[in-house]
Design a protein around this ligand. Structure first.
Ligand SMILES: Cc1cc2nc3c(=O)[nH]c(=O)nc-3n(C[C@H](O)[C@H](O)[C@H](O)COP(=O)(O)OP(=O)(O)OC[C@H]3O[C@@H](n4cnc5c(N)ncnc54)[C@H](O)[C@@H]3O)c2cc1C
Length: 309
């Protein structure tokens, strides 16, 4: 990333929300469930599966967490009624983890219970390090009983290999990603190559211990390393899938699907799109160009964004 882009990243919180919304609209299906359904239909038509994320996090109000549960139940109904090839991903701080872990666990159980009745899988996203223990605890408490839960581990975390070792011997399903939150060096590996190294080490360990691997990356080096491991271990489609975010590297997505790999796209929707969008923009190597173009467009009167953001 250029020095100019890095500067833009640091000053992103100062960029007007409407500009952020315009530049980040590619990463979000829209504000409504109908928007997500339309996006998933298109992805399914291209041979990709999807996972639905209702946007929102860091909720401190029980009512908001309960509204999120209701929205997830609607999303689960929509998947079944509209025959979509999709499951759901949940963030525990949206479901009340910071309010009360027991309340959050009950909310997860409501969503996962409804999904289980319809034979659907639920992925628990991983947030920052202050939530890792509580997130894994809820996964370990509920998964033996429900059986349709999976979790996420982040290759930048120093603890990840140990967390993998603590997974149940059978039926564990892990999404492995690099990790997006800004963590201190005590908790996280910092070098770009070091994180790649730990990603490959974790993936190797997952394959060795029989954990289903959801390989979530757009890093071509890691995609190549993952496919090499898939090939070496002769993994069938029941042992792994590739995952990518909506709006990132559609070309690689199409190449991997054409090569016969199962691909799942993360499809976020909802009105609370700002924090997610900021995280995505921070990772976009061309952020400076996009922000400049959107800002100038706005200045010259072309600023109306999709969804009126
Ligand atoms: C399906 C999925 C689910 C995820 N779930 C979680 C989670 O639960 N918890 C968590 O902490 N993180 C999660 N992440 C985010 C992940 O941790 C990384 O932050 C993100 O995927 C970028 O890392 P990368 O492996 O793609 O490598 P990078 O080195 O960041 O990116 C590789 C290349 O991909 C392209 N690219 C990456 N991001 C963008 C972008 N936003 N815009 C444009 N181009 C881009 C660029 O060309 C870049 O050079 C998830 C990622 C995916 C794909």
């Amino acid at each position: 990333m250029s020095l100019f882009s890095r500067t833009v990243v640091t000053t992103l919180p100062l960029v007007p929300k409407a500009v952020v919304g315009k530049v980040a609209s590619r990463y979000v299906a829209g504000e409504t469930l109908d928007d997500a359904v339309a996006t998933i239909r298109r992805l399914n038509g291209e041979g990709a599966m999807a996972t639905i994320d209702v946007l929102g996090e860091e909720v401190t109000d029980r009512g908001k967490a309960e509204a999120a549960v209701a929205e997830y139940l609607r999303a689960i109904d929509a998947i079944v009624e509209q025959r979509l090839d999709a499951n759901v991903s949940i963030k525990l701080t949206l479901l009340g983890l910071k309010i009360d872990p027991d309340f959050c666990r009950a909310n997860v159980e409501r969503i996962a219970g409804a999904a289980r009745e319809r034979d659907l899988f639920v992925r628990i996203d991983m947030e920052d390090r202050t939530t890792t223990d509580a997130t894994l605890a809820i996964y370990h408490q509920l998964q033996p009983r429900l059986g349709n839960l999976g979790v996420v581990l982040q290759a930048y975390m120093r603890r990840t290999l140990a967390d993998l070792a603590a997974l149940p011997a059978e039926g564990a399903n892990v999404r492995l990603c690099k990790g997006i939150y800004i963590e201190p060096r005590q908790a996280a590996w910092k070098g770009y190559e070091t994180v790649r190294l730990n990603f490959v080490a974790a993936l190797r360990k997952m394959i060795r211990q029989g954990t289903y691997a959801a390989v979530a990356t757009h890093d071509e080096y890691l995609v190549c390393a993952a496919l090499d491991l898939v090939d070496q271990h002769r993994l069938g489609g029941d042992r792994y899938e590739m995952q990518m975010l909506l709006g990132v590297d559609d070309e690689m997505r199409r190449i991997l699907i054409a090569q016969g790999h199962r691909m799942r796209v993360y499809v976020p929707y909802g009105r609370d799109w700002y924090p997610y969008s900021i995280r995505r923009l921070r990772e976009n190597p061309e952020i400076a160009r996009h922000v400049m173009r959107a800002t100038l467009g706005r200045a010259f009167g072309n600023g109306a964004s999709r969804n009126g953001r």
